[in-house]
Design a protein around this ligand. Structure first.
Ligand code: FE
Length: 336
């Protein structure tokens, strides 16, 4: 009896000692639980660090961070699209992180020049076309989709989505406002039908022959083809032959930063470093059929099968910096 009591006491003491020593990180994530939980479980298993997380859309999470101010429990803010990450930095919700590891793992064009956020996976916003209705060689660039030969053949997702706002912002950075406006105006003139609420619906319209080509993030193509492998759809990598600033496929990121008022900043940085590392990058990217941000890591076989492409190398932060102007431009040309 006595030994049982001392065993229980020792267990109790050990438990509270472990709690005192246990490190934890609190993450606010606009990526959903199904994508981040396996990753966080792997991190806890490897390091013993507990991760608590809250998932919601990026808007409410940023509002919550702002409202909580210095009382926030959040150490890390995680979301998709450089436009959203830029917004968080702009609203002073993040802090600069000086990490050689992150600098070495994440290419310069995929992270904030001020080091307040880092891309952790890459999504390419590229062209998807109907293989029965588009001849090889007909497609060339995003800009060419504004030419009269695509009249009535283009489908697009709504201008309300940040992905398209970022795409237009990048065009503005490449060509200046006037030329970018001509391109987007041309797209609108070529639409076969009203813009769609999501990338998948736009691709389904292409597959059904309602239009011939659309612009989508590659992981939506991957998800759709996993479900319906015989749809007459294929990926095209545009802007590969260009030599100007617009050269390369438009890429964006999902990523994260350390919050301005993090209670565990060192632990938060260690988590971000791990997420960018060779061993975590596949866990992070493959689950959503994205490309690893770390160029040393190979993508999942499904993703690799789409072929390689030259990405556009303009810093993705430009997607945020020009976002408000992009929204106004799209509104001016009637892109709904
Ligand atoms: Fe998405």
């Amino acid at each position: 009896m006595k030994s049982w009591k001392s065993f229980a006491l020792a267990t109790l003491l050990l438990g509270s000692l472990q709690n005192a020593l246990a490190e934890e990180v609190v993450v606010y994530s606009a990526r959903n639980e199904q994508l981040i939980k396996p990753l966080f479980d792997a991190y806890t298993k490897e390091t013993g660090v507990q991760i608590k997380f809250v998932t919601d859309k990026e808007g409410p999470l940023m509002a919550r961070l702002k409202a909580e101010g210095r009382n926030t429990p959040a150490d890390v803010f995680m979301t998709v699209d450089a436009g959203n990450l830029w917004q968080a930095a702009q609203e002073d919700l993040l802090q600069p992180v000086n990490s050689k590891v992150l600098g070495g793992n994440v290419p310069e064009h995929l992270r904030d020049p001020g080091n307040e956020w880092f891309g952790l996976s890459v999504r390419a916003r590229t062209l998807v076309y109907n293989t029965a209705r588009v001849k090889p060689g007909e497609l060339t660039t995003y800009e060419d989709l504004a030419s009269p030969k695509w009249k009535g053949r283009l489908c697009l997702r709504t201008a309300k989505k940040v992905y398209n706002q970022s795409l237009v912002a990048m065009l503005m950075h490449e060509y200046g406002e006037d030329k970018a406006e001509q391109v987007v105006k041309g797209w609108v003139a070529n639409l076969a039908t009203d813009p769609f609420p999501d990338d998948t619906k736009a691709m389904e319209a292409v597959a059904a022959g309602l239009c011939d080509v659309t612009v989508v993030n590659t992981y939506y193509f991957g998800r759709l083809m996993e479900k319906k492998a015989n749809l007459p759809l294929a990926i095209f990598w545009p802007n590969q032959a260009l030599k100007n600033k617009a050269a390369g496929v438009h890429v964006n990121v999902s990523g994260a930063g350390v919050t301005r008022h993090a209670k565990h900043p060192a632990a938060a940085i260690r988590l971000l470093e791990w997420l960018s590392s060779d061993k975590a990058q596949n866990l992070y990217a493959d689950v959503n059929l994205e490309f690893p941000a770390n160029p040393r890591v190979k993508p999942d076989a499904v993703v690799a099968a789409w072929g390689t492409f030259k990405p556009n190398l303009i810093n993705v932060a430009q997607a945020g910096a020009l976002q408000a102007k992009a929204v106004m431009l799209m509104d001016r040309v009637g892109y709904k």
